[in-house]
Write a protein that binds this ligand. Sequence first.
Ligand SMILES: NC(=O)c1ccc[n+]([C@@H]2O[C@H](COP(=O)([O-])OP(=O)(O)OC[C@H]3O[C@@H](n4cnc5c(N)ncnc54)[C@H](O)[C@@H]3O)[C@@H](O)[C@H]2O)c1
Length: 251
Amino acid sequence: MSVRRTAIVTGGGSGIGRAIVHRLGADGLATAILDRNAEAAEKVAEEARSKGYETEAFGGVDVSDRAQVDDAVQRVRESMGPALVLVNNAGIAEFKKFMNVTDELWDRMLAVNLTGPYYLCQAVVPDMVEAGWGRIVNISSSSAQSGQAFQTHYVASKAGLIGLTKAMALELGPAGITVNSVPPGFVETPLLRSAEERGFLGGSLEDHAARTPVRRPGRPEDIAAATAFLVSDDAEYITGQVLGVNGGRNT
Ligand SMILES: NC(=O)c1ccc[n+]([C@@H]2O[C@H](COP(=O)([O-])OP(=O)(O)OC[C@H]3O[C@@H](n4cnc5c(N)ncnc54)[C@H](O)[C@@H]3O)[C@@H](O)[C@H]2O)c1
């Protein structure tokens, strides 16, 4: 397809999402950054525009709020055309002993990491069905494959996202829409550095890198590359899959 495609990248204001915005921009897609943090979203949009990429920031959007999601997707549609690519990347993480997880913490984790992607998907799928083409990539977590102590609510939310991916792939395949998940493992971002600083990693990033088969932490660009492939025309026959990008920590 030669027309320019518009991709929504949630959480594009930081870390992995920021790298995805840059990579999709380099691949010729227009990107709409939906992020709760308006300042961060605008900063990344400016960076991307300075490289000549078409990018707009839609800041102050909380993916766990359906009205905000629907409003933002409509503004993207009006300004940049229908989003036929969706990358559900926005997420929160927290370390908590299982018995210290409260109902509020549980509900918030699921609202952002699982219900948010569900809202986004429902907002964009009608345009994809009309176009007969669509690509959805859900950024989950290697912890949903391996389990992770002190992250029960986080892991449950990300495992749910993988389930959503697989079920949607079966239902939407006939409409020309693929749905896949990329579970990152151990990628150096503000989120991971903050976990390290607070002593939740059980060692430094460097200790973990030494135990990783590829012998380095992941880079946001590693996740962006896998995402770029999955949203490309080349990946037309790949759907419902979980493509781990983790340096061999989980196989
Ligand atoms: N860094 C890792 O090692 C790692 C590992 C596994 C999974 N992940 C997943 O990758 C994704 C990106 O992680 P990251 O490390 O880049 O994190 P990050 O904290 O650097 O960036 C997350 C971005 O999401 C935005 N965001 C958070 N909650 C939001 C909400 N409710 N609505 C809209 N935007 C919101 C934040 O403002 C931020 O810009 C997350 O889903 C995370 O769970 C990361």
